[in-house]
Design a protein. Structure first.
Length: 109
């Protein structure tokens, strides 16, 4: 979730993360996590195990998905990715469904 400020729009937060901001805290399904301040994105991120990164140059914040102890994502779903292999044949990421996959990305900039 990309934010321009640390104020949170509860409807957008729920739509993009699945967590509803309620009086009792942040709730998803039967789980509710108490919050000290329902408008404090830094507190919400800490309590839900979400990474919060600030891009000072562009004035943006990136809020990542919840994790288990800050070390593993609860879920990881990659979109369909279709690229040519080294022989020019079409390769679909979904052909590896059910297998553990490591994606390595690099950019020259």
């Amino acid at each position: 979730m990309i934010l321009q400020q640390l104020d949170i729009d509860p409807d957008r937060f729920e739509m993009e993360t699945g967590w509803a901001i309620k009086t009792e805290g942040a709730c998803k399904g039967d789980v509710c996590v108490p919050l000290a301040n329902r408008n404090d994105v830094a507190d919400i991120a800490r309590r839900l195990g979400m990474a919060l990164v600030h891009d000072e140059d562009n004035g943006l914040y990136a809020l990542g998905p919840e994790s288990l102890g800050g070390r593993a994502l609860l879920r990881a779903e990659a979109p369909e990715l279709v690229l040519d292999d080294i022989h020019g044949n079409e390769f679909r990421l979904s052909s590896l469904r059910g297998q553990k996959v490591v994606l390595v990305a690099w950019a020259p900039y």
